[in-house]
Ligand binder design. Structure first.
Ligand code: GLN
Length: 540
């Protein structure tokens, strides 16, 4: 069988959930024993989102091979349980960079380099790249932005050309649109969808399937109307109702027949029915919690849900694993002051200090670490969270009063957290952090070992600063242990406080590898510790 290509475009409005729809369809095809991957084409000119403020673009997701990517890749991995890579996220910036570099090398000598055909050829090359590896039966491509945007036009044009170049039954376009409900008129409206499909048709693409996001069920007559005016068969108009959880979407898309119609378009007969046993078992646990816990996530990007996307999702997975609903409460680190810690943090069963960059809000994070340490509240520090826990411990327990990170104070007298050696000579900011998967060796008889149940693990990273080895002895002598280290460089990857019920900090980002079917062990253990802490508090 040739590799099949599915393109997902968006119409009417942004934020309709193209990523979730694409991941849900991929899940259904994977559950039918097909080998699938998903890639995202983003119209912005940055090479990757690594240099973007989370307020601009939400979380920056990091792949095993160290690519800084769009957060939708996180959804792809969580739904499929299959790693993505550098090749799975293409931006306009990457496309132009390749073309301009080729031009400088003289690859187009004599020719005027143009959007069509040079940019579109490079887009097409990348659209087909993963399919050509022979590793996948189906490659799904999500096109970022909304049809009609100036920025995404070259992507749409490349997609049009592929419809022309590939056999008809190797390529399908799905258009995700919105059917708004006008409350005053008590009516659902199809006009915006008709317009957005017309726009796509104007660009030369006839969508094969139209998925309609809606908050009210669509009448058959309404589906017929969309089908008629958008020129698709009636069974190719799919209703996508608002869902209580993103993880329900594969099941609702199955009910609507999205995967069946895709297989029909591809001319694939006799595919096995999807096996979603593990997925449904997860949903069952998710939907029937017996307990609940309240966790504080202390960070500085708390106004924006998407800034800590993978952390939030990891709590959903770990909550289900513990039969517990996890209520995550964002706490703005800048608001934490010495006098208000009880009021701001006293009501939570666990405290997570979030990753981050720059100086803003750091002293608040340090206070949160101190509070958790002194009050015996389960504590989980991620990346910057580990760094702040080390500074707090050095200052308050080891008496190193000037302990600091050189990220906060480049001239710190006691830089317990310091810029990594190989970062010191770097001047370029994009893609130069310590990125991607690295091994970590865990010591026996530690909390980390009890959590992972093994000594050799691998997790993903995104940082420039590290635990300064010069302070290791004094810090360990006072009771904070480096329980996990990189086997090649010795870099401290995990710290814990032995005498505390649950206090762990990690230099890596465990949230990037949590999935519903394989919840991340530290998140699971942290939720379990929070439940225990809650039990103790309630008993008082
Ligand atoms: N800013 C810190 C560093 O660069 C922590 C990074 C993070 O939390 N991802 O090391």
């Amino acid at each position: 069988m040739d590799t099949k290509y599915i393109f997902v475009t968006g119409g009417v409005s942004s934020s309709l959930g193209k990523g979730i729809l694409t991941a849900s369809l991929a899940k259904l095809l994977q559950a039918r024993k097909m080998r699938v991957t998903i890639q995202k084409f983003d119209p912005y000119i940055n090479i990757d989102p690594g240099t973007l403020n989370p307020y601009e673009h939400g979380e920056c997701y990091v792949t095993e091979d160290g690519a800084e990517t769009d957060l939708d890749l996180g959804h792809y991995e969580r739904f499929l349980g299959v790693y993505t890579s550098k090749a799975n996220n293409v931006t306009t910036g990457k496309v132009y960079k390749t073309v301009i570099e080729k031009e400088r090398e003289g690859a187009y000598l004599g020719k005027t380099v143009q959007v069509v055909p040079h940019i579109t050829d490079e887009i097409k090359r990348r659209m087909l790249l993963l399919g050509k590896t022979g590793k996948y039966d189906v490659v799904l491509t999500e096109i970022g932005g909304t049809v009609g945007d100036i920025e995404s036009l070259p992507f749409i044009e490349a997609e049009r050309q592929l419809h022309w170049e590939l056999p008809d039954d190797d390529i399908v376009t799905i258009h995700l649109t919105l059917i708004p409900y006008l409350r005053a008129a008590k009516e659902l409206k199809t006009k915006p969808t008709q317009h957005s499909v017309k726009q796509l048709q104007e660009y030369g693409i006839q969508p094969d399937i139209i998925v309609c996001r809606t908050e009210m069920p669509l009448f058959e007559s309404m589906k017929r109307k969309v089908a008629l005016f958008c020129n698709v068969k009636e069974n190719a108009v799919i209703e996508c109702l608002d869902s209580p959880s993103i993880y329900e979407v594969p099941l609702s898309m199955y009910k609507e027949g999205l995967d069946r119609i895709v297989l029909e378009k591809f001319g694939i007969k006799g595919a096995p029915e999807p096996d979603l046993t593990n997925w449904k078992a997860f949903l069952d646990r998710l939907n029937h919690p017996k307990y609940s816990v309240d966790i504080a996530v202390v960070g500085k990007y708390v106004e924006l849900q998407d800034a800590y996307k993978s952390i939030l999702e990891s709590f959903v997975h770990a909550g289900a694993a513990n039969l517990s609903k996890v209520n995550v409460h964002y706490v703005q680190s800048e608001e934490l002051k010495d006098g208000n810690l009880d009021e701001k943090l006293g009501c939570y069963d666990g405290i997570l200090v979030a990753p981050g960059f720059g100086e803003r809000g750091l002293e608040g994070k340090i206070r949160a670490c101190k509070y958790a340490r002194e009050k015996g509240v389960p504590f989980f520090g991620i990346c910057l969270g580990l760094q702040m826990a080390v500074i707090e411990f050095a200052r308050d327990v080891c008496g190193i009063l000037d302990a600091n990170s050189t990220e906060i104070d480049p001239g710190a007298a006691d830089p317990v957290i310091d810029l990594m050696e190989d970062q010191k000579s770097l001047t370029i900011k994009g893609g130069t952090m310590r990125l991607g998967a690295y091994k970590c060796h865990i010591e026996n008889d530690t909390l980390a070992y009890r959590i992972y149940g093994k000594q050799d693990i691998s997790e993903r990273h995104r940082h420039r600063y590290e635990f300064n080895d010069k302070y290791l002895k004094v810090i360990e002598d006072h009771g904070m242990k480096a329980s996990g280290r990189n086997p090649d460089t010795g870099l401290v990857e995990i710290v814990e406080i032995t005498s505390h019920p649950f206090f762990i900090g990690v230099q890596f980002h465990p949230e990037l590898k949590s999935t519903p079917e394989h919840p991340q062990p530290i998140f699971c253990a942290f939720v379990a510790a929070a439940l225990k802490h809650k039990g103790k508090r309630d008993a008082k």
